[in-house]
Write a protein that binds this ligand. Structure first.
Ligand code: SF4
Length: 338
């Protein structure tokens, strides 16, 4: 872990629901046309954070920063290269798929593209009740539960025998959410759950997820590249850059006074609702694209694009630590903003 202490929400002395330490994922390099393998890709490079029951952590960053890989490791669709994941008091880092099965009732995932994540040859009844049938429910009970869940997520239960192609994108995402809730999970990892949807539909799905969290006491890790969406749903936010967390903390503090130059740049690109404020505000343009995780820059990996970079940034990697007294927010920068 980068920081001196775990970065976590305030669980009031109760053990966190999810605890991640030094989590890393390295993929083998791609083979070239000549058969030579390229450098390994360090997609996630030492993440540590805690998540309390009922809390939402937003995970944001540009495409390729490692946030989706992180989500897939958290539900163990990918096995981490190193580090640990403790869920509900149990170390799940290297559990076999058969030993993960009982835990999957409490740990679920919602995917980005609702239509491609639903089997087109199955009815909604089958899609939603599948996790229950795996747990040994009878077909009749699982079907009744699927109808209940359709109502819960704002779908018409009478449409239970329809197929995914008969639903719009927003409705299909509601089916995906209903399926994720079938077994009463405590934690849902939502990987870009609204980014494939129209803006008006995005708001409806975000509102639905908010309501479900309140009513069911769910915790979310909400992965997105859109900072306005993350702001609406999160209690805390972690900003990722090139496989690492560069800033993590309370949503209000982070959005009102970002301390990492990368967070500032991302937030400066979010449109403001007030046109006058939008005209006045300073936009920070980042140079170039993020470097390849197969060849990360030395020192601070953000230094080639950072408007504040100094000599030390090119050689010394900044640790994630509390940047200001009285704050719980942590920042990985040699020269955090005041
Ligand atoms: Fe910029 Fe240096 Fe801070 Fe990295 S450590 S974000 S290069 S100021």
């Amino acid at each position: 872990m980068d920081a001196a202490a775990p970065v976590g929400g305030d669980a009031g002395g109760v053990p966190p629901l999810l605890s991640v330490r030094d989590l890393a994922m390295t993929f083998p390099g791609r083979r070239s046309a000549t058969g030579r393998r390229g450098a390994p890709v360090r997609a996630v490079d030492g993440l540590s954070f805690d998540l309390a029951a009922g809390e939402t952590l937003g995970l944001v960053g540009e495409s390729g920063c490692g946030k989706s890989t992180t989500g897939r490791m958290l539900v163990r669709l990918l096995e981490p290269t190193s580090g640990s994941i403790t869920f509900d008091g149990k170390d799940i880092t290297h559990l076999s798929q058969s030993r993960m099965r009982p835990l999957r009732t409490r740990l679920q995932m919602v995917f980005q593209d609702p239509h491609s994540s639903l089997n087109p040859r199955q009815t909604v009844a089958r899609i939603i009740s599948d996790p229950l049938l795996v747990q040994g429910w009878s077909a009749a009970d699982a079907r009744a539960r699927a109808a209940e869940l359709m109502e819960l997520v704002g779908l018409i239960p009478e449409h239970i025998d329809r197929y995914p192609h008969e639903f719009s994108g927003g409705q299909a995402q509601r089916i995906g959410i209903a399926r994720s809730l079938a077994t009463n999970p405590r934690l849902v990892i939502a990987d870009e759950p609204v980014s494939a949807l129209d803006v008006s539909v995005q708001a409806q799905i975000v509102n639905l997820m908010e309501r479900l969290r309140r009513e069911l006491g769910l915790a979310y890790v909400f992965i997105a590249h859109d900072l306005s969406v993350v702001k609406r749903v999160s209690d805390r936010v972690a900003v990722m850059y090139l496989g690492r967390i560069v800033e993590i903390g309370d949503k209000r503090e982070l959005y009102e006074r970002p301390r990492h130059p990368y967070t500032r740049a991302l937030l400066s690109a979010v449109p403001l609702p007030d046109p006058a404020a939008e005209r006045r505000r300073e936009r920070i343009t980042l140079l170039g694209d993020p470097p390849s995780p197969a060849a990360p820059p030395p020192g601070c990996s953000f230094h080639p694009r950072c408007p504040k970079a100094q000599e030390v940034c090119r050689t010394e990697r900044p640790l994630l630590r509390i940047a200001a007294a009285g704050e719980r927010r942590e920042v990985a920068c040699h020269f955090p903003e005041d």
